[in-house]
Write a protein that binds this ligand. Structure first.
Ligand code: ZN
Length: 511
């Protein structure tokens, strides 16, 4: 057996343990009766400990030394070299994090999340503040342990978006604001109510599911390697490319919730199902830090795909021109005097709102910037936990022209900080920006792409995305993927152009 084969076997076992953990998590979030929670907690803790022991072991160190000697001189871009290099990188990082910090975080998380849920229900930021302060202290310790050169935020965002830093994000946000804020102003000034409210009637759930799955399959989601279930907080999860599951939630009246939720998770799933089979059970489909994207290279890269399929395809005029008739087959009475144009406008309403998860394409990134700016300020000490409600409300007023009536609809709305998840928010905006760059490059490379999309033929787009993004798993960073596929690094131009064009037409903002 070569050193590489031995290394690979060791990593394959780690992959099996991690995927077993994921299956238990999927089950807990979709099927498990409430009574199972406590023993499920033990099972997850035991398997997580086994994974940790397996990875942070002398055996891993020996295998890495041997395989690094064996592959020396091989092509730097090859999957073999990338698999070894990434394993080494994460091995060193994880060893730098003290065990007492790991257990302190694990212990604080459920307590802090519980306190946050109560605080949110009771609109009581003061009761949550001490726990947020503790989470912040642990995050600072984590940043010091992992290491950074400029800003402590860099060490935390690395876990989700390795190509990003605080400085790069600040530049990105300034450019986005310069485009988004004036566009939003013009839209709000031109807002007129739609001639008919499509969401005042009932859309039976079984039909909602059938239509959403019909579209997901047209996009390329393979149900032989996937399934759709219900979850209160929808997500996608994969246990190798051979089993990639999605979830959604339903609202009887508000059809877009389940439909676009499903298309969003389908985008994540297409990424996972499109990974090169040769990467199955290798380091290039493992998330060593236990964060969210598994087969995908970063949070942002993953989110670029969910948003591309949900928004740039699913909320496009071409999409509704070709699929509205099909939707009417499912809901003939509800949509009797509607047409594709009305549906297109109804699923693209722009409206400043208080809640991030309900935000439209134009305002969404403003919600993200506000959060990331606050995280950076907390970590570098320029903002204090106790001042957060005031800071939050001031930024909401500045970006969206609204002030939350209470903290439950303001600073307390998201679960992320209670779990110590500092550094995860930028991925959403990075993903939005990337999605436009990828679609622009696909249009450049694939002749007749728009004609195919207008026919509802998604194979050419899926093929380009698979070749340029999906098949590589985690072999290349988000920045490398962008360079290889588009010839450019992350830039806001294509994304702002997409939004400008779409909403100028939708809201008739032309001169
Ligand atoms: Zn997503």
């Amino acid at each position: 057996m070569t050193a590489y084969d031995q290394f690979q076997l060791h990593i394959a076992e780690l992959s099996d343990i991690l995927n077993a953990i994921s299956i238990l998590k999927w089950d807990a979030r979709t099927q498990m009766p409430p009574g199972g929670a406590q023993t499920r907690g033990y099972q997850l803790a035991t398997l997580s400990r086994l994974a940790q022991v397996h990875f942070i072991s002398d055996k891993t160190a020996r295998l890495l030394d041997a395989v690094e000697a064996e592959i020396a001189g091989e092509d730097e871009d090859s999957y073999r070299v990338r698999a070894v290099r990434q394993t080494r990188q994460y091995y060193e990082i994880i060893r730098r994090i003290p065990l007492d910090l790991v257990s302190a975080k694990a212990e604080l998380e459920p307590v802090s999340e519980g306190v946050w849920a109560e605080a949110k229900a009771n609109n009581d930021f003061a009761s949550f503040a001490p726990f947020l302060q503790q989470q912040l202290e642990l995050a600072k310790r984590q940043a010091e342990a992992v290491g950074y050169t400029e800003h402590p935020f860099d060490a935390l965002v690395f876990e989700y978006e390795p190509s990003m830093t605080a400085a790069k994000l600040n530049r990105l946000f300034e450019q986005l604001k310069a485009g988004l804020l004036p566009l939003l102003k013009r839209i709000v000034a031109n807002d007129r109510p739609l001639e008919r409210d499509l969401w005042a009637q009932e859309y039976p759930i079984d039909k909602q599911k059938a239509f959403a799955l019909d579209i997901a399959q047209r996009f390329g989601y393979d149900l032989n390697r996937g399934r759709l279930d219900i979850a209160p907080h929808p997500f996608e999860i994969s246990f190798t490319r051979q089993d990639v599951r999605i979830t959604t939630r339903y609202n009887r009246n508000y059809l877009p919730m389940a439909l676009f939720g499903t298309l969003h998770e389908t985008g994540h799933a297409l990424y996972e199902q499109g990974v090169d089979p040769a990467l199955t059970r290798t380091a290039l489909t493992i998330d060593f830090l236990g964060k969210y994207p598994v087969g995908g290279t970063s949070y942002g890269a993953h989110e670029s795909q969910s948003r591309l399929w949900e928004n740039q395809i699913g909320r496009s005029r071409e999409f509704w021109n070709v699929h509205f008739g099909r939707l009417c087959d499912y809901f003939p009475e509800q949509l009797a005097d509607a047409d594709a144009d009305l549906m297109y406008r109804a699923v693209n309403r722009v409206r400043p709102s208080l809640i991030r998860v309900e935000a439209d394409e134009v305002t969404y990134n403003l919600h993200i910037m506000l959060r990331v700016e606050i995280e950076m300020g907390l970590l570098d000490g320029s903002l204090k936990v106790n001042d957060l409600p005031e800071i939050w409300n001031a930024k909401m007023q500045e970006y969206l022209g609204m002030t939350p009536p209470n903290d439950s609809k303001g600073v307390l709305q998201d679960v992320h900080w209670s779990g110590g998840g500092f550094g995860s928010f930028p991925g959403y905006t990075v993903g939005n920006v990337m999605s436009a760059q990828f679609l622009q490059a696909a249009r450049r490379d694939v002749t007749g792409l728009d004609d195919a999309l207008a026919r509802g033929d998604y194979a050419p787009l899926l093929g380009w995305l698979t070749d340029n993004i999906y098949r590589h798993g985690r072999a290349y960073s988000a920045s490398e993927l962008l360079q290889r596929a588009t010839g450019r690094d992350l830039e806001v131009g294509p994304y702002l152009h997409y939004l400008e064009t779409k909403f100028t037409d939708l809201y008739r903002l032309g001169n």
